[in-house]
Design a binder for this molecule. Structure first.
Ligand code: PLP
Length: 408
């Protein structure tokens, strides 16, 4: 496997010669932020509302409309939204929450911080999302909720999870960090309907406010946790100090400091207006990758139902099988040597020391997650990718993928 930057190219005259190139590096996922966001941010700072204020209220309303959610609560991260979502869903200390082993660590962390126990479950190789049959097998007397992640932007089988949830009186709290804008198979957006969904506006996500998140769900339940996002106080400073406000407040229960700020919300509102065009570019890039890699033996494209419904937050390509993971690691090094940053989503939680003691890890088996992890690589996919960059990525990747069977 070559790792040097220079490439051998066949020039037009047919004479083979070495061409030394030092092209600009292609980052994995730079924030897709333009001048409009910067202007909105500055205007919000000038307005004097630096904490939760009118921009946050507007953003909540516009976001709820965009994903057709009954109610939305803006917070400082998806992690906070997941935490509040679990509380809103009634998860108590001692309960169990079922989640995929192929997800980000913060999903398991908030379950533990609630005093509940994460139950890690394997993925379905065909979707990379929770394996519904294994979820069924993991449901026990202590199970209180299922927390599916829509990996890469492909909606989980929520219809099937809903049926399980109804039969066993469980809540469903969706980790929608990758799922904006994602649609379920029936075409309605993730965030609509009765479940809780937590979105991420982290710097690399499909919509960014730098750091930020949104919890959507039923009106009553979302309103119940609204005060928890700001210390458990009955009213925020905007309603206390705004026109017609009063100084008085009540602390109903000890809450958290999870609120979003106005400058962040101002950015988010601009991002929301660009969501559709940014998503279109992600779909175009995904289609280019599909066409380039489809015919390579042993390569598995990211699963999807309808490519239009996929959020395309990530493009997780599965390289030809190699249980040792060596080929994937070499591939990432080779891409890096060519100035292209790739990533891996995710190192399965059951392999992390923080969760090794969980009963579901000690007694569980995760063959699908391990097979996926050994060969997956996330290629750069974002709205600012130029055609030249897509070509460079495709060129480098097709050169580096070795379709021969893995060495024994
Ligand atoms: C990014 C991410 C989160 C956490 O989002 P934050 O906004 O950074 O808290 C949670 N789950 C998944 C799957 C993610 O990718």
């Amino acid at each position: 496997m070559t790792t040097e930057i220079e490439e051998l190219r066949m020039p037009e005259n047919g004479k083979r010669e070495e061409v030394r190139e030092t092209p600009a590096p292609i980052p994995f996922a730079p924030p897709s932020v333009g001048e409009e966001e910067i202007e909105a941010l500055v205007a919000a700072v000038r307005s004097g509302w630096l904490s939760r204020g009118p921009q946050v209220a507007e953003f909540e309303e516009e976001f709820a409309r965009a994903v057709d959610a009954p109610a939305a609560l803006a917070v400082n991260s998806c992690t906070s939204a997941l935490h509040l979502g679990l509380i809103a869903a009634g998860v108590q200390p001692g309960d169990e929450v079922i989640l995929s082993t192929v997800t980000f660590c913060s999903a398991a962390n908030v379950v533990l911080q609630l005093g509940a126990t994460p139950v890690l479950v394997d993925i379905s190789p065909g979707t990379l999302n929770l394996d519904v049959e294994r979820v069924k097998a993991a449901i026990g007397p202590k199970t209180a909720a299922i927390m599916p992640v829509h990996l890469a932007g492909l909606a989980s089988d929520t219809a099937e999870l809903d049926r399980l949830a109804e039969a066993h009186e469980l809540a469903v709290v969706e980790d929608a960090a990758h799922a904006l804008p994602t649609r379920y198979p029936d075409g309605v957006p993730v965030g609509s309907g009765g479940r809780f969904a937590a979105f991420s506006f982290y710097a690399t996500k499909n919509l960014t406010t730098g750091e930020g998140g949104m919890l959507t769900g039923p009106v009553d339940a979302v309103e119940r946790v609204r005060s928890l996002s700001l210390h458990g106080m009955s009213r925020d400073s905007w309603s206390r100090y705004g026109s017609g406000g009063s100084w008085h407040y009540t602390v109903g229960c000890p809450g958290f400091k999870y609120n979003m700020t106005d400058p962040a919300a101002a950015m988010g509102r601009v991002q929301l207006t660009k969501l559709e065009s940014m998503h279109r570019r992600r779909r175009e890039v995904a289609a280019r990758y599909d066409a380039a890699f489809r015919e390579i033996p042993g390569v598995v494209l990211p699963p999807r139902l309808d490519p239009e419904h996929h959020g395309w937050h990530l493009y997780p390509l599965q390289l030809p099988e190699d249980p040792s993971g060596r080929r994937r690691n070499d591939f990432i090094e080779g891409m890096k040597a060519r100035g292209i940053s790739c990533s891996v989503h995710f190192i399965p939680l059951h392999t992390q020391p923080a969760y090794a003691w969980l009963p579901s890890v000690e007694s569980g088996a995760f063959p699908a997650a391990e097979a996926y992890y050994s060969r997956c690589v996330s290629l750069p996919i974002h709205p600012f990718l130029t055609e030249a960059e897509v070509l460079r990525i495709v060129d480098a990747a097709t050169t580096l993928i070795d379709p021969s069977p893995a060495p024994a």
